[in-house]
Design a binder for this molecule. Structure first.
Ligand code: 4G4
Length: 234
């Protein structure tokens, strides 16, 4: 899989892409990441990439020409998605990550800045707008990095089987169960006895119960979906 990042700040990605499991995965060739800077495609002598919004208003917008030129300079592997990270996008979740990690030969991640991007970019260059949630950041680089991390994590060979199974547990619409490691007692708090018992069936039952209880308390919206999808279809 090829992943292109279109960004005014490619240096922003250096450390996250070389650290930890992401670094290992990219070293192994699990995905090929390339950077393209729209500023390199600005044609005026000041190499401007931003301009004022028509109709007035605060702040600046990314101009369409350098963004179109940057994306159009890339090789095109089909099938591909050209993704803009923006608060107006489709909410990112584990199911969308799984689709992006498995269905495409190329992902182009476009990072917005200032107050946003010209609408003609969203409509004619972008094939999918994605949001990390209902909040605003100064730049698209941080959500792009989160999406990239979530996609690479799902590629075979990045993490053990364990983690991909966990991703599937999220697709079940339940939060994770509580986990403990040694010591068995820490500052007077003991690890639940069932986890020390070695009874695998009982441990599974306990974990499922914890997942449901936790989801009910923290994310009733998820639990509703879980219970609906669990019902017989007749
Ligand atoms: C595109 C349009 C994504 C990109 C406007 C990006 C939050 C998210 C940006 C902007 C972002 C998110 C400057 C508002 C960059 N903020 N929720 N900022 N803004 O995924």
């Amino acid at each position: 899989m090829r992943i292109d990042i279109v960004t005014l700040f490619p240096e922003f990605f250096a450390s996250p892409l070389s650290s930890g499991l992401m670094g290992k995965a990219l070293e192994k060739g699990i995905a090929e990441v390339q950077f393209t800077n729209p500023r390199d495609f600005a044609t005026d002598k000041h190499r401007r990439v931003d301009d004022e919004p028509y109709g007035g208003g605060a702040g600046m917008l990314l101009k369409p020409e350098p963004l179109f030129a940057a994306v159009e300079s890339l090789p095109c592997l089909e099938p591909r998605q050209v993704i803009l990270l923006s608060p107006q996008g489709k909410p990112l979740n584990q199911a969308l990550l799984k689709e992006l990690a498995s269905q495409y030969a190329q992902l182009v991640l476009v990072c917005g800045h200032y107050e946003g991007v010209d609408e003609r970019v969203c409509e004619q260059l972008i094939t999918l707008e994605v949001s990390l949630g209902d909040f605003v950041l100064t730049c698209g680089e941080i959500p792009a990095l989160a999406l990239l991390n979530g996609v690479i994590r799902l590629r075979p060979g990045t993490v053990g089987k364990e983690a991909s199974l966990k991703a599937e547990s999220f697709e079940e619409d339940l939060l994770d169960y509580p986990q403990y490691t040694r010591p068995a007692e820490f500052r007077g708090w003991r690890v639940p006895e069932v986890l020390l018992s070695g009874h695998h069936a009982e441990i599974e039952r306990w974990r499922k119960k914890q997942q449901i209880q936790r989801t009910r308390e923290r994310r009733p919206d998820l639990l509703e979906r879980y219970e609906r999808l669990d019902e017989p279809t007749n």
